[in-house]
Design a binder for this molecule. Structure first.
Ligand SMILES: [Mn+2]
Length: 317
């Protein structure tokens, strides 16, 4: 599949690159690395995301070129859909992008069932960034510091700083090679993790007030209400990383953040330790993700939603 995608890159001239709604470090770093590769090959390329780049990723090289309005999709011969298990993950523009002549998917989600024209899917890969790295190696193009930093950022964030089970020997070799080519781990982690607005920490305090434990302390959850978002002035994107906190408690194997989207509608982020499969839990509610990291949305009254989720977790423990 890497040969086929390399061939597509060489044959065509203009490329659109996109990824999922609420883009994270892996989506953005992968898009930007591919963008730089295509531009360095003399191709025309544009990154389009439905949602704005979160502030803590705005420093990534090339980030200022990302657009959130798609004016002329007909201009592009090929579209790369990155870090998405299905087309709907792009958001509303999925309908327009679905009409484009050639769609190439590169992704690592377990829930990806591979209904694509051209798809490079590796459910065991740590990140889409690691897969883009393999593509770049196959293309044989130079890894510039811009590319190296974007890919390192993608891999670092999707592996929780090289800690999750998806971190393989290959992941670390890749990271090492990226550093040799100009990636700066300290610069990346300070900008991504240690550059938060104060309101994020204030929001975290409020979310932790609602910390609760279930199933004999094996499940820990916290709630981010609209009220606490308003009270602290924080944006809902600031909850990235919150879910890692309850998981640090001894004995906890599943941690959850319930983000209130509107009254009676919650977005859940789930994380687990070891072989506990939270993707299966998220899938029961129409979501998806990975073995140790998944997400879904549920409608209902909070107490009710929590009871349903705890039951679904009990079934996978
Ligand atoms: Mn990813």
């Amino acid at each position: 599949m890497l040969d086929r995608i390399s061939e597509i890159i060489h044959r065509y001239r203009s490329f659109l690159i996109t990824a999922h709604v609420r883009p994270d470090g892996d989506a953005l770093g992968s898009e930007l690395a591919l963008y730089h590769v295509l531009r360095n090959l003399g191709k025309e390329a544009l990154i389009f995301n439905q949602d704005k780049t979160p502030e803590n990723y705005e420093f990534l090289p090339g980030s200022g070129d990302i657009v959130n309005e798609l004016s002329d999709p007909g201009k592009y011969e090929v579209v790369f859909v990155l870090d998405c298990s299905d087309l709907e993950r792009i958001g509303e523009p999925a309908a327009i992008i679905g009409e484009m002549p050639l769609i190439v998917n590169i992704d690592h989600h377990i829930s990806n069932v591979g209904v694509w024209e051209v798809a490079y899917i590796d459910r065991d890969a740590s990140s889409t960034g690691e897969m883009i790295y393999r593509l770049i190696r196959r293309l044989g193009v130079r890894i510039t510091p811009e590319i190296a930093n974007n890919l390192f950022g993608a891999i670092m964030t999707d592996t929780g700083g090289f800690r999750y089970g998806s971190t393989q020997s290959e992941t670390l070799h890749t990271a090492g090679h990226l550093v040799e080519n100009g990636a700066n781990p300290q610069w990346l982690s300070e900008n991504i993790y240690e550059n938060n607005p104060l309101s994020k920490t204030l929001l975290l305090c409020k979310a932790l007030e609602a910390l609760s434990l279930e199933l004999d302390g094996r499940v820990a959850s916290m709630v981010v209400s609209i009220e606490s978002l308003v009270a602290t002035g924080a944006k809902s994107e600031y909850i990235e990383g919150f879910v890692d906190l309850p998981r640090t408690i001894k004995g906890v194997v599943v941690s959850i953040v319930y983000l209130e989207l509107e009254k009676g509608h919650y977005k859940l982020s789930l994380r687990s330790k070891g072989r506990v499969n939270v993707e299966q839990v998220a899938r029961r509610f129409g979501g998806g993700g990975h073995l140790n990291a998944a997400a879904c949305k549920i409608r209902g009254e909070l107490g009710d939603v929590k009871r349903q989720v705890v039951e679904a977790i009990r079934a996978v423990l």
